[in-house]
Design a protein around this ligand. Structure first.
Ligand code: PLP
Length: 391
């Protein structure tokens, strides 16, 4: 009996661990073809190597980031690990350099894994008074000559915007590779590969998936040699996303641009609203004129938006008063703006800064908001009500 071909609009979830091969010579052929061409579209052997559902999602990300290749991993940290490990050459490894204002998990990975376990020498580049001094960066690069420089386009939680184009040019002029974590800016604001970055990584857990319901990471690039090294690393270390997560990511990513545009627009309006309140002492948002890196953000993002994270602090005559205002604000919004330690969710969520970053930032009243794509009127009503409660 012949079966009707089911015409699916997208690549379905292939949950197979391994794919059927008909005989020994087909198996030999499959492995041979894999060695010759890592991206042979019809060659699927084992899902830890390559899976059609995963490949479909990777193709969507390639379109967004404008990359020749992209590889999904099971988390943003797996993408970080894959990207940096490509430059590990045992005892020959030159130092690696990282901006100091990067995701805390990446900082812990540097100390616990790179320094302590792998013995890799790393250097940090600190921001100066909430901006990056590129002259100082130039001197450091010259002195250290690292293998690569790793940075985030928008930092966390101060939202410092790096002049990515200038940083990449500086590195290229000295033969230093660049790895850019583009999670906060997303390709909607800026595409590092267009400016010569070597690798771009994302925590796809955040804006790409956008619904707070899966964990994923991705590494993108143009260089074919880096691609084959990354494919081999992912395959042997097992940094592979599950087909189910890849399928959901591939569906959710279709609305990424719509969602992120709305999130950026809400964030801008919210930052302005918070700035007008006498109860806030400071609002950090790259779209505001008072943000140190607003000129850089305007130049780099060319009007496409300023991201969807807003950090602010409460005014108060003492540290205790600032903390009290923060806590009152949180308890007033907690049923509508949840306290969740992630970002990029559909609804606005918050995180108090002090319990996470300790005394790195001296103001104990700081709150970081990940702004959602709910109607702005809903969000502004919740925030106004909470500010009224405090006053
Ligand atoms: N990069 C940035 C900028 C992040 O914010 C995070 C997580 O919050 C990561 C990487 C790590 O991603 P994941 O949690 O998906 O492993």
């Amino acid at each position: 009996m012949s079966r009707k071909v089911i015409k699916s609009t997208r690549v379905p979830v292939y949950r197979d661990s391994g794919f059927r091969l008909d005989n020994a010579s087909e198996m030999a052929d499959a492995f041979g073809r894999e060695a010759a061409n890592l991206r042979d579209p019809d060659n699927y052997i084992y899902s830890r190597y390559r899976n059609p559902t995963v490949v479909a999602a990777e193709e969507e990300i390639m379109k967004l980031e404008g990359s020749r290749w992209s590889l999904l991993a099971q988390s943003g940290m797996a993408a970080v690990d894959t990207a940096v490990s490509l430059f590990h050459k045992g005892s020959e490894t030159r130092p690696w350099m990282f901006f100091a204002d990067i995701y805390g998990g990446t900082l812990s990975y540097i100390t616990s894994i790179l320094n302590s376990r792998r013995g890799v020498k790393t250097e940090k580049f600190e921001s100066t008074d909430n901006e990056y001094d590129l002259d100082r960066l130039g001197h450091l690069l010259k002195k250290i000559r690292p293998e690569f420089l790793y940075f985030e386009v928008i930092s966390n939680p101060m939202l410092i915007v790096a002049d990515g184009e200038a940083v990449i040019n500086l590195c290229r002029s000295m033969g230093v590779k660049t790895i850019v974590d583009n999670t906060f800016a997303t390709p909607l604001l800026w595409k590092p590969l267009d400016y010569g970055a070597d690798l771009v990584i994302h925590s796809a857990t955040k804006y790409f998936s956008g619904h707070g319901n899966l964990t994923a990471g991705v590494i993108c690039g143009n260089d074919e040699k880096l691609m084959s090294e990354a494919v081999s690393y992912r395959k042997l270390v097992g940094h592979m996303i599950s087909p189910d997560d890849a399928y959901r990511l591939n569906t959710q990513i279709l609305s990424f641009s719509l969602r992120f545009r709305q999130q950026c627009s809400n964030a801008m309006l919210l930052a302005e609203m918070l700035e007008r309140s006498p109860l806030t002492e400071h609002v950090w948002y790259p779209g505001l004129r008072n943000h140190k890196t607003n000129p850089t953000a305007r130049r780099l993002f060319e009007g496409r938006g300023f991201g969807a994270m807003v950090t602010f602090s409460f005014s108060g005559s003492s540290i205790e008063e600032k903390r009290t205002r923060r806590d009152k604000f949180i308890s007033s919004v907690i049923d509508r703006i949840h306290l969740v330690p992630t970002l990029g969710d559909p609804h606005t969520i918050l995180m108090p800064v002090e319990p996470v970053w300790g005394d790195r930032y001296p103001d104990p009243g700081m709150i970081r908001l990940s702004v959602g794509f709910e109607p702005f009127e809903e969000l502004s009503a919740t925030i106004s009500e909470a500010l009224d409660t405090i006053s």
